[in-house]
Design a protein around this ligand. Structure first.
Ligand SMILES: [Zn+2]
Length: 528
């Protein structure tokens, strides 16, 4: 079953092209080391299909596990991988019909133009009632239907599915259906003598007569063709959540895999890269931000992802990226479809250095800290674009730039006891080491029973209200006040800075070039 994941990702430095892929996201809250503890419950509006079980399952599915088997609603499946996909509802064809009718209405002029090549055929039909040679007609129709299909799939184009593969599918269906559709349509329209007379004499009536027949053929054909497309293209076209799987209160597009990996069982959601990014930009960003800021975030997130994917492929890891803030927050489907514009308008763009995706770190607010001066920064030698020397002054005007937090002695002591259980009450806390950038490297903690150093990193991890590494500590009465700047690790892209830059009319490319100096833009290729 693992071969399902056998997707290739090529890196061509010279052509700036990495092929597109589906994202495999590990839900890190659900890594099961003890198989007895597994109990996953999935549901979907219209049921789901599970590989190894013949009929689609309706209602919810409860999955448990032994060392060798998966147990799905009581049915035992002996396998290392369980694949769960949502089923589309039975009335979906009706919805697709409506969708296509609307599309034909909107694209009426385009379709009419495509049908113009049929004039010769009309003439023959009118002048020679015994004319039965439909072969040239099939050819012309085939061309015109091809053109309509290309136009039709344009808005639902998916990077992993090429025009070529769709055209092939269309050709197969054309060969089978066109003749039947055409003869049926003409027979159904049995023209009366008077109508035939009008067809003969009026070009307009003649064209209307044939165009109506051909419209119907086109609609019938597109409906059949569309039903045969992969689920995810249909989802994109219909833009709804019908095909989501519901798990742990969130809705997810794509497929779920439960996979045995050494001593654990992993839960992985595999989905379209654009759907993944649409989720991340919502959960990593701030609601209501201008579109250009969201574009910045999408490109940074896409870059971060591509880097992770290449690393995962190199180490033959079963998943690409983790769904928590350890990597990028991903919580599945949401209804903020306006963010789709940011994904669409930057489609496939990522940031590269020397032909490879950069490590696109970002935080909420940099607080004006200069990354090049951070002593324990990233590997600047190999990633010089993270060592920005120009300060970001664009986040300064927003409230997030400064923070202040008061702690009583008791509050400080109690929080530190998570790490040092026997700690006596704290009497004093002082910063003893800062780096050139102004980030706290070490503090000294004094209790009644002596003093000891704590690293800045440790303190940051123990206190969620210490929002960054750049702060001073002042005594206030029997407690302490922390005054700080920034929100996060101060590296890479500053989200609030980007917001400020967009307000000052910067575009997303210039913003990214500012935060990751010396980098270039590359694109994921559409071919596989
Ligand atoms: Zn900033």
């Amino acid at each position: 079953m693992i071969s399902l994941f056998n997707l290739c990702l090529f890196l061509f430095c010279s052509t700036s092209s990495i092929s597109a892929f589906d994202v495999r996201v590990l839900l890190d809250k659900f890594i099961f080391f003890d198989t007895k503890k597994i109990e996953c419950v999935f549901s979907s509006q219209h049921g789901m299909e599970i590989a190894g079980i013949e009929q689609p399952i309706h209602g919810s599915v409860k999955i448990s596990c032994t060392d060798q088997e998966f147990i799905v609603n009581g049915v035992i499946l002996k396998d290392d991988t369980l694949v769960i996909t949502p089923t589309l509802p039975s009335n979906y064809e009706k919805k697709i019909h409506q969708f296509i009718t609307q599309w034909l209405k909107n694209e009426h002029d385009f379709c009419q133009n495509q049908l113009k090549g049929l004039t010769n055929f009309y003439e023959k039909f009118v002048n020679d009632r015994n004319f039965r040679d439909y072969a040239p007609l099939y050819q012309v129709m085939q061309q015109c239907i091809d053109a309509c299909i290309f136009k039709f799939i344009e808005p639902v184009e998916h990077p992993a599915i090429t025009y070529e593969s769709l055209a092939k599918l269309a050709q197969q269906q054309l060969g089978l259906q066109l003749k039947v559709l055409l003869t049926t349509a003409i027979n159904d329209k049995k023209a009366s003598k008077s109508l035939l007379e009008q067809i003969k004499t009026s070009e307009k009536i003649r064209t209307d007569f044939f165009v109506k027949i051909l419209d119907q053929i086109l609609a019938d054909f597109l409906i059949d063709y569309f039903v045969g497309l992969p689920h995810k293209i249909i989802h994109q076209a219909m833009r709804d959540e019908t095909g989501c799987l519901i798990f742990d209160k969130n809705k997810y597009l794509g497929t779920f895999y439960l996979i045995r990996d050494k001593n654990a069982i992993l839960l992985i959601n595999s989905l379209d890269i654009d759907d993944y990014l649409l989720s991340v930009v919502h959960y990593e960003g701030w609601p209501g931000w201008p579109m250009e800021v969201n574009k910045v975030l999408v490109v940074a997130s896409r870059t971060y992802l591509v880097d992770k994917v290449l690393r995962a492929n190199k180490s033959k890891q079963l998943y690409h990226i983790v769904n928590s803030n350890k990597h990028q927050t991903y919580k599945g489907y949401h209804k903020f479809t306006q963010l789709k514009q940011a994904v669409d308008e930057t489609r496939n763009v990522f940031i590269a250095y020397k032909g490879e995706p950069i490590v696109a770190m970002f935080d909420s607010c940099c607080g004006g800290v200069i990354p090049a001066k951070i002593s324990a920064g990233y590997d600047y030698k190999n990633h010089p674009y993270l060592a920005r020397t120009k300060p970001c002054a664009h986040c300064k005007r927003y409230p997030i730039y400064d923070w202040k937090k008061e702690f009583s002695r008791l509050e400080l002591t109690e929080a530190l006891r998570k790490e040092y259980p026997d700690l006596q009450e704290i009497i004093d806390i002082k910063i003893t080491k800062k780096d050139e950038a102004g980030l706290v490297k070490q503090v000294f903690i004094t209790t009644k029973k002596g003093s000891f150093p704590v690293s800045g990193k440790k303190l940051y991890s123990l206190f969620p209200s210490i929002k960054s590494f750049c702060y001073i500590i002042k005594k206030k009465g029997r407690g302490f006040v922390f005054h700080g700047r920034g929100y996060g690790h101060h590296m890479g892209l500053c989200q609030w800075g980007s917001f400020g830059m967009v307000e000052d009319n910067w575009n997303y490319k210039n913003i990214l070039e500012f935060y990751y100096p010396g980098t270039e833009f590359m694109k994921l290729s559409l071919s596989r």
